[in-house]
Design a protein around this ligand. Structure first.
Ligand code: DLL
Length: 439
């Protein structure tokens, strides 16, 4: 732990944990198998898309006798969700659906998901577990700046804060100046938002003459977009908080599918009593052993309204053994999605690789975007980055040159780095749009 503030918060003690968090690996796997069998039967019986897919694959729910048998089941993709838009994959009658969420997505129809009353309760308790793992507890005030509405971030986090018994400040995203004022006036202990939005908030504090390290905030639970360990360090130093990674996606539930533990900060532990993770080779779709990098796939184990079988997340990561919760596996911090990969003259790169390099150069600001364009038939990329307001233009210009060199060395691409005036690039209000493709 890197901050002075972190001495004030501490991880939950063993008696504060859920019984499942204390289970051994064998106990978790036993629970997973029973729940997998129930989920597969439920999906096959109640969702016609699954009936058809299972039949086409020649597999029946009775064939699932071990956890490894999950590999016999067909995958589910975002296209399946689009095809059954809006409610075709709900496994319960609408009268049992207590809530609907949707994610806009970048292309095509939104994906729609549903929850029974029981699903909402389980979701709330998993977010509560996540926040507790982050060091938040009853008696703390939590400023929730994830967007409320169809996005699962706001309401999902809200329910978790309430389930934990902490005090929720339901701020939602946007209105940054007001966020700063309320952080000052209400003195929350914790903030929940995207990592890029926390940067925006820190900047707004400085603009209002407030030292971001001087506020009451001690913990930040950040997710909904990829972010690097370098960004963690940057945010922890700037704001004097412990920054923890919360992971999730609407198709699988929403925030709280996994969360980092304060004592280790080594990638989110996946709450395996409710989700069965796999990592596959995105090309061949073959299952990969733990430790290998590939596409993350989830089968839900307790969902009623919207069970998912081997849902392909498009997130790239690897599965690792549990540490702070030895019975449950971790995943490496997700630093890229299949969809975010930029192919620049034959070289694959992810925006987080650039983030890592930017944050490694002290004279640069973390405010940058990537612009892709064409010069003749050549694809080109420009890193547009704001210069540091307190440093001379010469210093910033040479830092920009260093960045271009490091991108060449570590990523293998020749890119242009263009300095911008402070405060001129778009600021995040939620999930940050980092890449602009002008080709
Ligand atoms: O972003 C749920 C969420 C809200 C998670 C608040 C955490 C906090 P979607 O809008 O469906 O749901 O987007 C899901 O966002 O597949 C990842 O690509 C990305 N993502 C979510 N959490 C993380 C994270 C919410 N901690 C998609 N690190 C996922 C990296 C993340 N990427």
């Amino acid at each position: 732990m890197t901050t002075a503030a972190s001495t004030l918060i501490h991880p939950p003690s063993a008696d504060e944990l859920d019984a499942e968090e204390r289970m051994s690996r064998a106990e978790i796997e036993h629970l997973q198998l029973t729940r997998l069998q129930q989920t597969v039967r439920h999906a096959y019986a109640n969702v016609s898309l699954y009936t058809r897919k299972f039949d086409d694959a020649g597999v029946h729910p009775d064939d699932i006798r071990t956890l490894a048998d999950v590999e016999r089941l067909p995958f589910t993709t975002k296209d399946d969700l689009r095809e059954t838009y809006p409610f075709g994959m709900f496994a319960v009658p609408m009268e049992d659906v207590a809530r609907i969420h949707a994610s806009s997505g970048t292309t095509g129809r939104p994906t729609v998901v549903g929850y029974t009353r029981g699903d909402l309760d389980r979701w709330g308790s998993l977010v509560a577990r996540s926040l507790r793992a982050s060091g938040i507890r009853r008696g703390m005030k939590v400023h929730n700046a994830y967007g409320y509405g169809l996005f699962t971030g706001g309401l999902g986090a809200h329910a978790g804060i309430e389930a934990l018994g902490a005090t929720v400040i339901p701020m939602s995203g946007g209105q940054t100046a007001r966020q700063v004022q309320l952080i000052r006036d209400f003195e929350p202990d914790a903030i929940l938002c995207t990592p890029s939005y926390l940067l925006t908030i820190a900047d707004a504090m400085i603009a209002q003459g407030i030292d971001p390290r001087s506020t009451s905030l001690r913990v930040a639970v950040l997710g909904a977009e990829p972010w690097t360990n370098e960004m963690r360090q940057e945010l922890e130093l700037r704001l004097g908080v412990d920054a923890l990674d919360i992971y999730g996606l609407s198709e699988v539930m929403g925030p709280g599918v996994g969360n980092e533990c304060l004592e280790t900060k080594d990638g989110p532990h996946l709450w395996e009593d409710h989700f069965l993770p796999e990592v596959i080779d995105a090309e061949t779709r073959a299952a990969l052993p733990d430790g290998e990098l590939g596409e993350l796939v989830f089968t839900s184990l307790t969902k009623e309204a919207f069970p998912v079988i081997r849902y392909r997340t498009r997130d790239l990561t690897r599965l690792l053994p549990g540490t702070a919760r030895p019975g449950m596996r971790r995943m490496e911090k997700v630093t890229g999605r299949n969809d975010d990969m930029i192919i620049l003259r034959g070289v694959n790169l992810f925006p987080t690789q650039i983030e890592e390099l930017v944050l490694g150069i002290e004279q640069l600001t973390p405010h940058f975007i990537l612009e892709l364009s064409k010069e003749g038939r050549m694809d080109t990329m420009t890193v547009r980055i704001e210069r540091h307001p307190d440093l001379s233009v010469e210093t910033c210009t040479s830092a920009a040159k260093v960045l271009a060199q490091r991108i060449k060395v570590f990523v293998g691409s020749t890119v242009a780095v263009q300095l911008e005036e402070p405060g001129t690039l778009p600021r995040s209000e939620g999930k940050y749009k980092r890449v602009y493709d002008l080709r």
